[in-house]
Design a protein around this ligand. Structure first.
Ligand SMILES: [Zn+2]
Length: 373
């Protein structure tokens, strides 16, 4: 009898062991899927500064990024186009959604006066400056080349800055991760290639708005600038830009693979978060102070970092019987987003952003909607 129980037990343990093995295996086997989107194509050449064609340069860079990524184990690359064909803007993000992709990266070249140069990386959001709006406007204008664009874009008008309000909500959920990816790519451009840093910025790019994953749009440089146009049109320029985009994507992937519970959450260090904050454009709400609420407990705790999993800048506010513990204090919504992300990494899973005005707590959504743009 005893041996029977023992052997059943052994069988049970064996099954447990193997099923956990299979489970783990499944997790590690799920490929990291990147969708690469070469801007424009077909009868939409994109910008043609100095006679260069944006659609061709974007495609060459994208194919090279893909070639590098495809060499990596467990990375799967999909393309919205691999040849010179026209693809509607609203058909690009669904390629990524259908594949349940981990990232969506759109590659472009900019155009302006011949003086402007440098590389910038964008995430979807409401532009903070006219210059950012103009970039998005240029990239969105292609919808006028499409039939039935009014139906496909639900009344979206590339010429109206207000048109995007209400459309950014979907990507808002991935904003912190998009900014992280963008800053990894952007830092590579400036540190490794010494490209002029046009920083990580937000604007209303139609191509990003329908994707359900972290998404960025890279403006590799200005074809309208003689020197930069020639660089981007050269094999060397394309290879270098592609390498840095690919490396940014891989750094992002590597940080994710260390994550414990949520495969979408990259593990980041204090230094990386500081770099990301540094590289990211500000999104200031005047007279508003944002903080990340970590905990509300009756106990009074010293706010030194060792009591808060290493987080610095923790403050305590007594509200009724509760002591509330906040991390960070800034009027910059992008910065507080990144700080919230970091607090989550440290184990404060249910932390959230709180907005204050003159010490009074406000509803966050009211603050974000009332923004004076
Ligand atoms: Zn473009």
């Amino acid at each position: 009898m005893k041996t029977k129980i023992a052997s059943i037990l052994l069988l049970f343990i064996t099954i447990l062991f193997f099923s956990s093995f299979i489970n783990n295996n499944n997790n590690t086997m799920k490929p990291f899927i990147v969708v690469l989107d070469a801007g424009h194509g077909g009868y939409d050449p994109g910008n043609t500064g100095n006679g260069y064609k944006e659609k061709d340069i974007a495609l060459k860079i994208v194919l090279e990024v893909g070639r590098i990524l495809e060499k990596e184990p467990n990375v799967k690359v999909l393309y919205t186009r691999k040849t010179d064909v026209f693809i509607k803007l609203h058909e690009r993000a669904p390629v990524a959604n259908k594949a349940d992709a981990d990232l969506f990266v759109s590659v472009h070249c900019d155009a302006f006066t011949n003086n402007a140069y440098g590389a910038g990386t964008f995430v979807l959001g409401l532009h903070r400056t006219q210059a950012n709006f103009e970039v998005a406007k240029r990239e969105n204008e292609v919808i006028f080349l499409e039939e039935n664009y009014e139906e496909n874009y639900a009344g979206f008008d590339p010429n109206s800055p207000e048109s995007l309000i209400g459309m950014t909500l979907m990507q808002e959920e991935y904003l912190d991760q998009s900014i992280l990816l963008a800053s990894l790519i952007q830092n590579n451009f400036t540190n490794n290639l010494k490209r002029k840093d046009r920083s990580v910025k937000q604007a209303g790019f139609m191509v990003l708005y329908k994707s359900y994953m972290p998404s960025v749009l890279v403006e590799t440089g200005f074809l309208t600038n003689k020197k930069e146009g020639a660089y981007l049109n050269s094999k060397k320029g394309q290879a270098e830009m592609a390498r840095e985009i690919a490396n940014g994507i891989l750094s992002y992937r590597n940080s994710i693979s260390l994550a414990t519970n949520d495969s979408q959450n990259p593990v980041i260090t204090q230094e990386e978060i500081d770099d990301a904050i540094e590289a990211t454009e500000e999104r200031i709400y005047k007279d508003i102070v944002f903080r990340v609420q970590l905990a509300a407990v009756s106990k009074k705790i010293n706010t030194k970092s060792s009591n808060f999993k290493g987080l610095k800048e923790v403050s305590r506010v007594k509200e009724g019987n509760l002591n509330k513990y906040y991390y960070g204090e800034t009027s910059d919504y992008n910065k507080i987003q990144l700080m919230k992300k970091f607090a989550k990494e440290k184990g404060y899973d249910s932390c959230y952003i709180v907005a204050f005005k003159d010490g009074e707590k406000l509803k966050l959504s009211d603050v974000l909607n009332s923004e004076d743009k």
